[in-house]
Write a protein that binds this ligand. Structure first.
Ligand code: ATP
Ligand code: MN
Length: 476
């Protein structure tokens, strides 16, 4: 029976006959194959009896080739491994031409690997990142399922353009340039597939709220789209968002949930991805060495993850944060790109990272933001100028979570919509939740890729999703 490399590496059952299939990572001295099958970051050493093996067969053992190996499991004398396979049978399942195969056993730049996203998964780094991503997504479902949440699949094609979370991609069946027009020369969407203008979702929140008002605790975990034309290391045009929504939770309970949730999923990965994280920890430490001293992190990846799990997130009001920022060195010395002068300013990633990395030196939850810089559905505070919003800020990433207590009062919500020019008719179903059995409720959105970035220590969000979608790039 075929066994996985992971299983075999843990086996102490020497002298048994084993069979394994995988891809050649390296082949040294015409003798030692490092074989990997994706079950673990570690490869198993397969020792070929080259004196009794046909030369043409030996020549076909190239990096990237798929092979089937049969042999006897033996204790290994080699460094860093406990077992190896003494090969008795070797079959090449699929050749890999060494002159053409792009993924050679040497260091490739992430840029080069992005152009070969279909093959980069065959490297140690991407194997580790994607196994961690998979484990993290399991941990997300596990956390919610064990805590009484229902998984809700909100629509990917949305008919409401009032969500206001970001620029949207249009969904249409019209052929470009052939869209029928109304008498006023505008596109006549009544003739389109859905009979109205539709877009790809930027958030499942509004729909999730309606479900929270019946199921109590719900969460979404699905693809989300934003046509933001920003080329940053933290933005994708297509990403995965996790959005819990809980009836009867106020903002404090919402902050507690976000903190408990993040700590729980990171703990899970620390426990279940030890080999991958150890590798990523080493990788990051190497990468840090190439940076100037001042920019280096004083914690390794594993230390950072442990730190997040073990320490309380610092909760700070927006007003306090503005005071800190206004009086901090980089602001006074005009080192920030955006100088903070007044209360009411929107915080940029540089400010968020200053608060987290330099000032508090721990994850921070900012709350009670000015109403003017936040979405219409956030609950207005008694002061009449701030809303019950919260952002969770992480080192190296900035905003990882954005959430709020929702405005549950129909009249206040309607006033806000009128002030912002949001058509009530568009969101009649949303307003119904405030008409029939309205209640305090809260939720947040967490960008899954930003969580994967933090957990794996990868600097660019394009390297934590299999096939990134960004401006000018939809290859694969
Ligand atoms: P940012 O200011 O960083 O662009 P945002 O304020 O637009 O984020 P929200 O609308 O609050 O973000 O979305 C909730 C979460 O979704 C964010 O905290 C972030 O983790 C994630 N997110 C938002 N936009 C993107 C994107 N383009 N790519 C990846 N993740 C994103
Ligand atoms: Mn944004």
């Amino acid at each position: 029976m075929r066994r996985s490399v992971k299983e075999l590496l843990q086996s102490k059952n020497y002298q048994q006959e084993v069979a394994v299939k995988g891809w050649v990572r390296t082949f040294r001295s015409n003798r030692f194959i490092a074989l990997n099958d994706g079950s673990t970051i570690n490869s198993i050493q397969c020792v070929v009896d080259f004196e009794n093996t046909d030369e043409t067969l030996l020549k076909r053992i190239n990096t990237g080739a798929a092979v089937s190996v049969k042999g006897v499991l033996a204790e290994s004398l080699g460094r860093g491994q406990s077992v190896e396979i003494k090969v008795t049978d070797l079959e090449i399942l699929g050749d890999s031409n060494p002159d053409e195969y792009p993924i050679q056993p040497k260091k490739h730049s992430f840029e080069f690997l992005r152009e070969n996203a279909h093959l980069r998964i065959r490297t140690n780094t991407f194997g580790a990142v994607m196994r961690v991503r998979s484990t993290l997504s399991f941990a997300v479902h596990k956390y919610f399922q064990e805590n009484g949440f229902n998984y809700v699949n909100t629509p990917i094609i949305t008919g409401s353009d009032a969500e206001g979370a970001g620029e949207m991609f249009h969904v249409t069946n019209f052929e470009a340039n052939k869209a029928p027009q109304t008498e006023n020369g505008e596109v006549d969407y009544t003739q389109d597939f859905f009979g109205k203008e539709t877009n790809l979702t930027v958030s499942g929140q509004l729909e999730a709220e309606t479900y929270a008002m019946a199921l109590g605790k719900v969460y979404t975990f699905g693809p989300t789209f934003r046509a933001e034309n920003s080329n940053t290391t933290r933005h994708l045009a297509e990403f995965w968002m996790i959005e819990p929504e809980v009836a009867f939770n106020d903002l404090d309970a919402n902050m507690d949930l976000s903190e408990d949730f993040i700590k729980s999923v990171i703990s899970y990965v620390l426990e279940h991805c030890k080999d991958d994280l150890a590798f990523l920890d080493q990788r990051l430490t190497q990468e840090e060495k190439s940076k100037p001293q001042a920019q280096r992190s004083d914690m390794s990846l594993l230390e950072k993850l442990q730190f997040v799990v073990e320490n309380n997130f610092k909760r700070v009001s927006y007003t306090e944060a503005i005071d800190i920022l206004r009086n901090c060195k980089p602001n006074k010395k005009k080192k920030f790109q955006y100088i903070i002068n007044e209360w009411g300013a929107d915080l940029q990633s540089e400010h968020e990272r200053f608060l987290v990395e330099k000032h508090f030196k721990c994850p921070v939850i900012l709350f009670d933001y000015p109403a003017t810089i936040k979405a219409f559905y956030m609950r207005l505070n008694e002061d009449g100028k701030t809303v019950r919003a919260m952002d969770v800020l992480f080192p190296g990433i900035g905003e990882i979570v954005g959430g709020s207590q929702r405005e549950e009062r129909l009249d206040v919500l309607q006033e806000k919509m009128i002030a912002l020019g949001i058509d009530e008719k568009e969101l009649w179903w949303y307003l119904d939740t405030r008409k029939f059995g309205t209640a305090v409720h809260s939720g947040f959105g967490l960008g899954f890729e930003r969580l994967v970035q933090f957990t794996t220590g990868m600097g660019n969000i394009r390297d934590v999703i299999p096939f990134p979608r960004t401006p000018q790039n939809a290859e694969f």
